[in-house]
Design a protein around this ligand. Structure first.
Ligand code: GDD
Length: 393
């Protein structure tokens, strides 16, 4: 059997990079191509042979995921459970914390996926490659531009055997243009590796702390383990870890701008994998599109779009109203917002730039004939004059 674990993280800082959208909804549930972000890796897991369970591990409140988990389990007919950490344990510590639960099905392999990456998740291919290498883990990797590589874990692998030879997390000086995509398949030996790291680290603690912990039966304090720095780096070059390189698309989703780009990537993928989900897909469309819409437009429930509206590269969230002749280009329009007649909500469309995508938080009102350009607007604001390159708090 195979089990998949998706790390969803939690609301660590109120002021995250995903603001203002993370003020309303946990980032993993933000819709990309009309589906919660975490739906995309979960759907990909469906293709894994002998999949027994999908676990989401995070430190968001249980109730925030309860509805989602039950509906996705029904929809995909795979049991999906949310496991809540009492506090952040790090990407490897979180996995280790629930090892007994994960091992209940006695899996031969465990997939571990970051929820904030967008890719085609070639999971069955990774599993096949992993079995042929015979290590304890295989990492999905991709070649990126040398300038962008330092935002990620950079690695060097043997071009013939695919063994991971060297791994450095977000290095200051250039190591390699091959990077860690945040998707892995492991054998259960990964738990032994994490345990080994924790024991070693605990031995570095002052003896009185170890003694005290043992006396009162409390777990030792160093239960925070990062997968990349603490586990992958030291295991590189020991014939334990291997890589599987994807030539498909891959992006990391840390900002609202990137979520818009990734929404477009998933819509493009749906053309081939699930055209029935698209309004202009294959004739089984659920929506009637009669206007100037696209490319890359997602419109959520109960949106009201007036006559003469132009929509390009945008996400329109639930209960939004766009009045006649409004224009939305390179933007995300938050829940219950309203855009007036002949108004424009627009940006340059550089998804990596801080203000390259205009974002309206929840319940923002843009009055008639107002132009909002390259700006971020926090919830509950009313704009009656045009703004450019501003963050409106
Ligand atoms: N449950 C839980 N608990 N999840 C966590 C925790 C934790 O304590 N800490 C991080 N995560 C989740 C995040 O939500 C994310 O999905 C994933 O684990 C990795 O997050 P980080 O550890 O913050 O790393 P990162 O996203 O900056 O970089 C990692 O991913 C990149 C690919 O997107 C690294 O592994 C990089 O090497 C890699 O390139």
């Amino acid at each position: 059997k195979v089990v998949a674990v998706i790390m969803v993280g939690g609301p660590l800082k109120v002021w995250t990079r995903f603001r203002p959208l993370s003020l309303n909804i946990p980032k993993p549930l933000f819709p990309l191509a009309g589906q919660p972000m975490v739906n995309h890796p979960i759907s990909a897991c469906k293709k894994i042979p002998n999949l027994a369970q999908v676990y989401l591990i995070g430190f968001y409140e249980e109730r925030e995921f309860a509805l989602f988990v039950s509906s996705i389990s029904n929809e995909l007919r795979v049991p999906v459970r949310y496991l809540k950490e009492d506090k952040p344990h790090g990407s490897a510590g979180g996995l280790y914390n629930f090892r007994d639960r994960i091992m209940e099905d006695n899996p031969s392999h465990i997939f571990l996926l970051n929820c904030d990456v967008c890719c085609s998740f070639p999971l069955p291919e990774m599993l096949e490659a992993h079995k042929s290498y015979g290590g304890i883990g295989t990492i999905l990797v991709i070649k990126v531009s040398p300038e962008s590589a330092n935002q990620f874990g950079e690695l060097v692998a043997d071009p013939v055997t695919n063994e991971l030879l060297h791994y450095t997390e977000k290095p200051e000086t250039f190591v390699s243009d091959r990077i860690n995509c945040g998707a892995y398949v492991f054998t259960p030996d990964i738990f032994t590796a994490i345990q080994g790291f924790s024991i070693f680290n605990n031995l570095l603690l002052p003896p009185y702390l170890i003694f005290e912990s043992i006396c009162i039966g409390r777990s030792l304090p160093t239960d925070f383990v990062r997968l990349d720095q603490d586990i992958l780096s030291p295991l590189a070059g020991k014939k334990k870890l291997y890589v599987y390189e994807t030539r498909d698309f891959w992006e990391q989703i840390k900002t609202p701008g990137m979520s818009l780009k990734c929404s477009g990537l998933y819509l493009a993928q749906f053309r081939f994998t699930a055209p029935h989900l698209l309004a202009n897909g294959d004739g089984t469309k659920k929506a009637t599109v009669s206007g100037d819409i696209g490319p890359n437009v997602s419109i959520s429930a109960n949106a009201r779009i007036g006559a003469g509206v132009r929509l390009v590269d945008c996400i329109i969230l639930d209960d939004v109203e766009i009045k006649e002749n409004g224009v939305v280009i390179h933007a995300i329009v938050g829940w219950k917002s309203s855009i007036g007649r002949w108004s424009r909500v627009q940006a340059s469309g550089d998804h990596n730039a801080k203000l390259g995508v205009t974002i309206l938080g929840e319940s923002v009102t843009v009055e008639d004939e107002v132009v909002v350009t390259n700006s971020i607007v926090l919830p509950n604001k009313t704009l009656n004059v045009s703004v450019q390159e501003e963050i409106i708090l």
